[in-house]
Design a protein around this ligand. Structure first.
Ligand code: CMC
Length: 433
């Protein structure tokens, strides 16, 4: 991978009496990067970048975001086109293999996912170990990590075939695990996967079917589910993806790495924001309460959840599609005049015209409308981040695969600016005072 980037000259840094010349690399698009790998050896100084706001931690050819323009591309294809014309399984192929599949490749790929959806029978015992009121994300963190105890035949990360099988297993089994986490939480029996249904249909059935009656998948729901998965499939080097890469950099197995990614995603600044956004809309309740709520945001008492993004300084392109899906789902299975949707639209209108948000370039992100959509589809808020983790699994695994195949890959080991005590002698307890 090192020969895919181009040299764009050099940058010189002068520090004390030392001067170091560093290569500047250009990718296929996006900002150039200054290659500082030799900096420490040349200057005895580290760089300092908490939150990685100016640091490219890897080379990647999977996803590109232009935050100022509000562009998101997977392998070059705009997310809007993928959401409108493709489907989640095809996007999985694109992310993992770099190209959209031919009809024959698609059939084979989809078949291999379908054939891996079942879980080992003993795996179900894990769910019973959790309290009924466990958050489904707690169940996801624990059970996905436990997959490594069941699939010893795909743990050798140096074997490309085993890596491939792990990837398929994870994509295939996540819906089954996520649906079981939900069923366990609400006290209903588990529903097994069905091979005659597509990925989204199968997931909806595993979540909402009950033994007492037949379940017919609503096509509007299936389309919306598939789109939600597509919109969440990958998002470059975000916190959970970087967590997966960092965990994987030590050689940890893919199931353990994805469990680490799920743990990171759970946080309210990341995947947990969809749950928080809906809670916030419910708390606001009616449009007349919005001005008072906005005042609280400006006073920094709380944040406007579902707004703002580290990279997007424009409308998140996923939020545009998600808003359309919210409209479609509410028209089909909910209330098109849903008061929460009205609050959301009015909140967005007011925020986008308010100096506080304009100045800080705060726009709705994907989580702003996803909660309303998922809620109308019948999912409780506690499942929102679970659905995000299900969909993001393909992105995590594609990024993990890319990292393993990168000859420049090393164990991730950041350094620090140490501000603690310098060396001092131990004092026996009787002499401390
Ligand atoms: N509401 C109000 N003010 C905000 C918000 C917000 N949602 N987000 C950022 N700000 C303000 C922040 O207070 C700061 O103001 P000031 O300059 O006066 O101190 C300024 O905007 C810059 O914010 P920041 O915290 O430096 O930005 P960041 O890049 O570190 O944070 C973020 C990005 C996504 C964590 C943040 O915008 C946020 O917490 N948003 C709400 C949570 C959310 O919706 N997260 C989902 C992100 S998209 C899906 C995903 O990636 O999982």
């Amino acid at each position: 991978m090192t020969d895919t980037n181009n040299s764009a000259g050099t940058a010189t840094l002068t520090y004390g009496d030392k001067s170091v010349e560093m290569p500047v690399l250009s990718g296929s698009t996006g900002p150039d990067v200054i290659d500082i790998r030799k900096l420490y050896a040349a200057t005895d100084a580290f760089t300092y970048d908490p939150g990685f706001t100016s640091t490219a931690a890897c080379e990647s050819a999977i996803t590109f975001i232009d935050g100022d323009k509000g562009t998101l591309l997977h392998r070059g294809y705009p997310i809007g086109q993928l959401a409108a014309q493709s489907n989640f399984v095809e996007v999985c192929h694109l992310l993992l293999h770099g190209e959209l599949p031919t009809a024959e490749q698609y059939e084979k790929f989809e078949r291999s996912i379908t054939m891996h959806t079942m879980l080992h029978a003993q795996f179900d015992r894990f769910f019973e170990g959790f309290r009924r009121d466990a958050h489904p994300m707690a169940i996801m963190v624990g059970t996905v990590g436990a997959l490594s105890a069941f699939y010893h035949d795909s743990l050798d990360i140096h074997d490309a075939r085993q890596r491939e099988i792990s990837a398929i297993r994870l994509i295939a089994k996540m819906p089954t695990i996520a649906a079981r986490a939900y069923k366990y939480h609400i006290g209903q029996p588990f529903v097994s996967p069905r091979n005659d249904l597509n990925y989204a249909e199968n997931f909806l059935r595993m979540c909402f079917a009950v033994p007492a009656e037949d379940y017919v998948v609503n096509p509007v729901m299936a389309k919306a589910m598939d789109r939600i998965f597509t919109l969440h499939a990958d998002h470059e080097q975000n916190a959970s993806t970087s967590t997966v890469r960092l965990a994987g950099s030590s050689g940890a197995n893919p199931f353990a790495c994805i469990a680490a990614g799920i743990a990171c995603l759970w946080g309210p600044s990341h995947g947990g924001a969809n749950e928080e956004a809906l809670t916030m809309l419910k708390e606001i309740g009616t449009p007349d309460k919005i001005p008072e709520f906005i005042e609280g945001v400006k006073a920094k008492k709380y944040k406007l959840m579902g707004f703002g993004h580290r990279v997007y300084k424009n409308y998140d392109p996923r939020a545009t599609v998600m808003k359309e899906s919210a409209d479609e789902v509410l028209a089909a299975v909910g209330d098109p005049n849903d008061p929460l949707f009205q609050v959301a639209k009015e909140l967005e209108r007011i925020a986008l015209n308010d100096e506080y948000f304009i100045e800080r370039k705060l726009f709705p992100n994907v989580d702003f409308y996803s909660g309303i959509t998922l809620s109308a589809m019948g999912f409780p808020t506690s499942m929102f981040t679970v659905l995000f983790s299900l969909a993001r699994t393909v992105g995590w695994i594609a990024q993990w695969q890319e990292m393993i195949g990168d000859p420049t890959q090393k164990i991730g080991r950041p350094r620090q600016l140490y501000t603690g005590p310098t060396e001092r002698d131990y004092v026996p307890i009787q002499n401390r005072g």
